[in-house]
Write a protein that binds this ligand. Structure first.
Ligand SMILES: Nc1ncnc2c1ncn2[C@@H]1O[C@H](COP(=O)(O)OP(=O)(O)OP(=O)(O)O)[C@@H](O)[C@H]1O
Ligand SMILES: [Mg+2]
Length: 224
C-alpha cells in the first residue's frame, strides 16, 4: 500500500496573549492512498487543527507533513495555494458557499482560479453537479437550497479540480441524521468508486463507522 499522508511529531501552538495553547502535541499518523479515515475526539482536542495542517491551510511549529512526497513545510505561499487547489478538496460543517453565486457558479469557481477555459468549465461543472445529484438545482443560490443540497454543492466544489484527497471537518455536523447519511454515502462513493483518500472529522460514531479506520485524538495527541 502507498502512503499518501505521513505526519510525524507534529506540534502546533497558538499564542493567545500571554498564554500558549498547545493544539497538537506531537502527532504522528500515516494514511494510505484510497483509505477512508475518520478522526474523533472531544471538543478542543485538535482535530480541526490537524486537518487544516494536512490541507495546507495553516503553518505548524515543528514536525513534518509529507503528502505524496511533497514536504508541506517547505512550500512557499504560492506552492501551498497550488497544493490546496490541485490535490485537496475541503468540505466544512458550514458549507462555506458564496451566497451571491448559484450552485453552478460556486462549483465552477475553482476552475476559474485554475485557468480552465469557459467552455470546458461549463461541461465539467454540469457533470459534477449531476454526480452529486444536483442537476435540478444548478441555478439555485445557497439560500434557495436545503442544508443537504448546500453540502452537495460544497462537495461538488471540492471535487471539481480532481483532488486525490478529500478533507472533511464535520461535514454532516449541521445536517439531520437522514441527510447526514446521504452525505456519508456520497463520501463513501467518492472513496470506493473513485479511489479518493477521505479524511473526515466527526463527533458521531455512526458516521465514523463508514470509515475503514478511526483515529482517536485527545489533548493534541493520538491515543488510538
Ligand atoms: N486560532 C486559534 N487561536 C488560539 N487557539 C486556538 C486557535 N484555534 C484553535 N485553538 C485551540 O487549539 C485547540 C484545538 O482546537 P481545534 O479547533 O483543533 O479543536 P477541535 O478538536 O477541532 O474541536 P471541536 O470539536 O470543538 O471543533 C483548542 O484548545 C483551541 O482552543
Ligand atoms: Mg473542530
Amino acid at each position: 500500500m502507498t502512503k499518501t499522508i505521513t505526519v510525524t511529531d507534529l506540534v502546533r501552538r497558538y499564542s493567545l496573549g500571554e498564554v500558549l495553547v498547545t493544539a497538537l502535541n506531537g502527532v504522528s499518523v500515516s494514511i494510505e492512498q484510497g483509505e477512508f479515515v475518520s478522526i474523533m475526539g472531544t471538543s478542543g482536542s485538535g482535530k480541526s487543527t490537524l486537518l487544516n495542517l494536512i490541507g495546507g491551510l495553516d503553518r505548524f511549529d515543528s514536525g513534518k507533513i509529507i503528502v505524496d512526497e511533497l514536504d508541506i513545510a517547505s512550500l512557499d505561499e504560492n506552492e501551498l495555494a497550488r497544493y490546496r487547489r490541485e490535490k485537496i478538496g475541503f468540505i466544512f460543517q458550514s458549507y462555506n458557499l458564496i451566497p451571491t453565486l448559484t450552485a453552478l457558479q460556486n462549483v465552477e469557481l475553482p476552475l476559474i482560479f485554475a485557468g480552465v477555459p469557459r467552455n470546458d468549465r461549463l461541461s465539467k461543472t454540469e457533470q459534477i453537479l449531476r454526480a452529486v445529484g444536483l442537476e435540478k438545482r444548478m441555478h439555485h443560490r445557497p439560500t434557495e437550497m436545503s442544508g443537504g443540497e448546500q453540502q452537495r454543492v460544497a462537495i461538488g466544489r471540492a471535487l471539481i479540480n480532481g483532488p486525490s484527497i478529500i478533507l472533511g471537518d464535520e461535514p454532516t455536523g449541521n445536517l439531520d441524521s437522514k441527510t447526514g447519511e446521504e452525505i456519508m454515502k456520497l463520501l463513501t462513493w467518492m472513496n470506493k468508486e473513485n479511489g479518493l483518500t477521505v479524511v473526515m472529522v466527526t463527533h458521531d460514531p455512526e458516521k465514523a463507522s463508514y470509515a475503514d479506520r478511526t483515529i482517536l485524538i485527545k489533548d493534541g495527541r493520538i491515543i488510538d
